[in-house]
Design a protein around this ligand. Structure first.
Ligand code: C5P
Length: 242
């Protein structure tokens, strides 16, 4: 038998579908989860993203009628009903998967916690313990996917796709998120302080603040990730003129 959570998702999507279809037919690209950057065949550098926020966005967008492609890092979550899923492992693979599809999307929502750095060298065989008391690993910068999407959009001279970024910070959220909004060149930034109760990695709730160029921050109360996803999608729908 398929998992109960999958049946519940499908049933709630059918019920929701009757309610709100404001993203009907809109092509959306959503990224979710962490990336894993391999050190050798058995070890990697990663982060604690569960993928739940990105999967909630994909699930709710599909329920509101969007044609959703979900680019998922390594997570163990079921694919939401009606969503096309592409699994990737590293930042490099996610970059390729996203830039192969961004021109077809009306909006790209980058909820993934992409690794900023990756090991410069991936050992072909499992690294062995030596006599040394310490080991230095050299890291190199990964491609910044969101900044690249903004640069690609600028080069095309258009305003599509709409770009939504995320900022997970520990303290000083307003200042860091506003700076990130400008630096990344996106249209909407979803900020959350992961050191706050209810907003930690892996949980089912989130307290987010929405940042848009030229607008004051819009802090939302503590919400379930599905509710938070709907609030983000409300803004996306409005920015797309839906
Ligand atoms: O700079 P920072 O990693 O905090 O930015 C977070 C936002 O940028 C997220 O939307 C994330 O998906 C995106 N990002 C990216 N490529 C990277 C790093 C982050 O697209 N290499």
């Amino acid at each position: 038998m398929i998992e109960a959570s999958v049946i519940v998702d499908a049933a709630s999507n059918i019920l929701d579908a009757a309610a709100k279809r404001d993203l009907d037919g809109v092509a959306l690209l959503v990224t979710a989860g962490p990336t894993h950057e391999e050190l050798d065949p058995v070890r990697y550098l990663g982060n604690r993203s569960s993928g739940k926020m990105g999967f909630a966005l994909a699930r709710r967008a599909a329920a509101r009628g969007a044609r959703v492609t979900l680019i998922a890092g390594p997570v163990s979550l079921p694919t939401p009903p009606g969503v096309t899923r592409v699994d990737v492992t590293s930042a490099r693979e996610m970059h390729e998967a996203v830039t192969a599809r961004d021109t077809e999307a009306r909006a790209v929502i980058m909820a993934a916690a992409v690794a900023d750095y990756r090991p410069s060298v991936r050992a072909a065989e499992k690294m062995k313990k030596g006599e040394e008391q310490s080991l230095a690993i050299t890291l190199e910068l990964s491609p910044d996917i969101l900044a690249d999407l903004a640069a690609r959009r600028r080069a095309r001279g258009g305003s599509t796709p709409l770009l939504v970024g995320f900022a997970a910070e520990t303290g000083g959220l307003d200042e860091k998120a506003q700076a990130k909004l400008g630096r990344k060149g996106c249209d909407l930034l979803v900020g959350n302080d992961v050191s706050e109760p209810g907003s930690a990695f892996g949980g089912d709730t989130n307290r987010i603040t929405l940042y848009a160029p030229g607008a004051p921050p819009d802090p939302l109360p503590l919400l379930t990730k599905d509710e938070a996803a709907d609030r983000v999608l409300d803004r996306v729908a409005a920015l797309l003129g839906r």
